[in-house]
Design a protein around this ligand. Structure first.
Ligand code: RIB
Length: 292
């Protein structure tokens, strides 16, 4: 079982020809309101890969749209609290190359309550559980400490990068997941090379350059599948969720990396974050068609 204490956002997505420069006003080519947030994107990727996670989070108390969206992806909303703060949201620009710029407002994501940790853990009993956290919610230290005290393993997506939080968690976690920019930031913070970051397992996603996974001193690499990307928003979340769904069940590392590479390759060929995450059958079909 994977417990994901994760952010839930409303993504306001604007397609633009080019990113706005400082002081510039642009007209968007289109606008969409979509479910997003690194946490819920990762939960949906885990679910679509075949492992239903327990998602723990919070949205604004009057926000029925977001709860309905989460349910529509098959995620149970029993551990999603109602907050006096508005649901978190993201303003996202996606340009013609598929690249994005994102500004997030935390809102209810920063209002998780300590009681939610115990309630979630007690509801699902002891076991070989994993806990997943990102930097878009509050309570990270409390969640990780409670997880370790319960004998669970912890995966930490250090995004967006927050140096103090990374420094406080680095010695407690089992997997650190970062993109290439976050990897450099973490290495700089710790004063080591990326490959020497002292965690049991380290996942570094490098976009079109593929992925590196360091496991107990051994490095595994998987190249990216070549596709025509239209929107890279949520690709890293798709990779991490898809990878954890396999790795936390004890699947072979090469198989886990290959599945996650295919899932994220498919995801970037479609617009949106959560809505673009492929189902397991689509990923298996894609893999049968590709040799690498
Ligand atoms: O990683 C992509 C996500 O980052 C978006 O869905 C947005 O909500 C932000 O959290």
């Amino acid at each position: 079982m994977i417990f994901n204490f994760g952010s839930i956002n409303v993504d306001h997505v604007y397609r633009v020809a080019d990113m706005p420069l400082p002081g510039e006003t642009l007209t968007a080519g289109s606008y969409r309101k979509l479910l997003g947030g690194k946490g819920i994107n990762q939960s949906i990727a885990i679910a679509r890969a075949g492992q239903m996670p327990v998602h723990v989070g919070a949205v604004g108390s009057d926000d029925h749209w977001t709860i309905a969206q989460v349910k529509s992806f098959g995620i149970d909303t029993g551990h999603i609290a109602q907050s006096a703060h508005p649901t978190g949201h993201a303003v996202i620009y996606v340009d013609d190359t598929g690249e994005n710029q994102i500004v997030i407002y935390g809102g209810a994501n920063r209002d998780l309550q300590p009681a939610q940790i115990d309630t979630a853990f007690k509801a699902h009993g002891a076991g070989d559980h994993w806990v997943l956290v990102q930097n878009e919610t509050n309570l990270l230290v409390e969640i990780v400490d409670r997880a370790k005290a319960s004998g669970f393993k912890v995966a930490y997506s250090a995004a967006p990068f927050v140096a103090d939080t990374v420094a406080g968690l680095i010695n407690k976690i089992d997997i650190l997941a970062v993109n290439e920019i976050e990897a450099q930031e973490a290495a700089g913070l710790l004063g080591v090379d990326v490959s020497s970051i002292a965690v049991p397992e380290l996942l570094v996603t490098r976009g079109s350059q593929g992925v590196e996974f360091y496991s107990h001193g051994e490095m595994h690499h998987h190249p990216a599948f070549q596709v025509d990307a239209v929107d890279t928003t949520g690709a890293g979340d798709t990779f991490l969720g898809s990878f954890l769904a396999h790795h936390c069940q004890g699947a072979d590392i090469a198989r886990s990396l290959r599945y996650a590479s295919a899932a994220s390759a498919l995801q970037v060929t479609r617009p949106g974050a959560a809505v673009a995450i492929p189902a397991r059958e689509e990923v298996e079909t894609f893999l049968k068609q590709r040799k690498t």
